[in-house]
Design a protein around this ligand. Structure first.
Ligand code: ADP
Length: 420
């Protein structure tokens, strides 16, 4: 029998025929699957654009905010809460909504864009101690400008939010992270300090900023330290915030008593502080007061780092930052500070911000009731001073709030001020 006859007879056989059919269908399906995969890869390569933005990139937060605004139909949001507790117990919080982890779609310039926010379960961003994240945008087409537009819009949106505002940073891990939304600038004149203090500090900082050459020519590190001391509620923090606004600087607030803040981290933070920012160490005395209780602390936080006093001095003397460094420290108790901390070179200017003087009281009255004649302001000052008690500007401000529209009542009831 010829070989062709043999094949034909096999095909005639119903069992063999079915087998061939199945194999044929299987091979066909496999081929189609492979072809579609290759097709998809080629399509992706040639007709789709992806953009991956990792969480360490500067654009990352801008982009998330922009997507939240543009992908309005997204119902899956996650919240990012910024929380800060000061030594004094004051707590600040702010909420931010951003697209949740997962896939979202939105349309931009007539193109559908897929957004995928991924969080790695097993990879940590070592600097921040948070899971590694990326956002990937995918769009059909070859117009890469689309991504430039998006990033540019996202940046503009973020910067617009900051226009005329003061940005506050806090330290997270070994990085500075923006804290909450940028705040409206507070005019320097709204913080009423005693004679000439405000002008003195302002002109000193200004001179410092304008004169880097003076420092380099003399080989002196380009940095300046300020210490504001005095009772609470007299305007130390408000003044520094207003000053930053006036200079168009941001503020980096650092809490030295924060657990886990080691000397190394402190030094690192100083060297990576955002440009054009004031560094603020609040309640500097509180960080080392607890040193007497060190034994107790050691038990409680065994293994957790804390800034040492010599670490702080090193940081103050350090040349870590190449940029101009302006550092403000505040304390309610000057006498508790180690003299080594406030010697010249570490602290170049010390100013006492004290209880309200007659001049400050008068000024405050005039700001609240600008339509009143000067005599009324003076009457108010006398009414306060006859009690012979100290009063902080915070207290005066709180008291005025009860008499928003009553410039006379505020003079008559001064005895109530200390009862608030
Ligand atoms: P400190 O830092 O000295 O404890 P803050 O700056 O936090 O004081 O002041 C607390 C509140 O009191 C702020 O709301 C601020 O507006 C008000 N305040 C304090 N001092 C002044 C001042 N000198 N002029 C205007 N407002 C003041």
């Amino acid at each position: 029998m010829a070989i062709t006859d043999f094949v034909a007879s096999l095909q005639d056989n119903p069992y063999f025929g079915a087998g061939f059919g199945l194999v044929g269908v299987g091979a066909g399906v496999a081929f189609l699957r492979k072809a579609s995969q290759v097709g998809m890869i080629l399509f992706r390569r040639h007709y789709m654009m992806t953009l991956e933005v990792p969480c360490r990139d500067k654009s990352y937060q801008w982009l998330l905010q922009w997507i939240t605004l543009n992908a309005r139909n997204t119902q899956h949001l996650s919240v990012e809460t910024s929380f800060q507790q000061h030594e004094t117990g004051k707590i600040n919080t702010a909420f931010d909504f951003v697209p949740s982890v997962g896939t979202h779609f939105f349309k931009y310039k007539n193109t559908w864009i897929r957004v995928e926010r991924n969080r790695e379960q097993h990879t940590l961003d070592l600097h921040m101690g948070v899971p590694w994240e990326t956002v990937t945008l995918t769009a059909i087409g070859r117009n890469k400008n689309l991504y430039f537009y998006i990033l540019d819009e996202a940046r503009k949106l973020a910067l617009k939010k900051q226009e005329g505002k003061t940005i506050m940073y806090t330290a997270v891990g070994s990085e500075w992270r923006q804290f909450g939304h940028p705040r409206k600038r507070r005019p320097l004149t709204s913080v009423i300090l005693d004679n000439g203090i405000s002008e003195r500090i302002y002109s000193d900082v200004n001179e410092f900023i304008k004169g880097p050459q003076w420092y380099t020519e003399r080989g002196i590190p380009y940095r300046r330290g300020y210490l504001l001391y005095g009772p609470p509620g007299c305007g130390k923090s408000s003044f520094i915030t207003a000053l930053a606004g006036e200079l168009e600087y941001s503020i980096c607030v650092l809490n030295l008593s924060e657990r886990g803040l080691s000397d190394d981290r402190l030094n690192h933070l100083m060297s990576v502080a955002p440009q054009q920012s004031l560094i603020l160490l609040e309640d500097i005395d509180a960080a080392f007061v607890s040193r007497e209780d060190n034994a107790k602390l050691k038990v409680a936080y065994e293994g957790l780092n804390r800034v040492t006093f010599s670490g702080l001095l090193n940081m103050l003397d350090g040349v870590a930052s190449a940029e101009a460094r302006i550092l403000f420290m505040t304390t309610n108790y000057l006498e508790r500070l180690d003299p080594a901390l406030i010697r010249p070179g570490r602290v170049d200017m010390k100013e006492y911000i004290g209880y309200a003087s007659g001049r400050q009281l008068k000024h405050m009255y005039q700001r609240f009731y600008p339509e009143q004649p000067e005599e009324k302001a003076e009457e108010f000052v006398q009414a306060v001073q006859k009690h012979g008690k100290e009063v902080s500007m915070a207290l005066v401000q709180g008291y005025f709030m009860f008499y928003k529209n009553d410039p006379y009542g505020v003079i008559e009831n001064t005895n109530l001020m200390w009862k608030l």
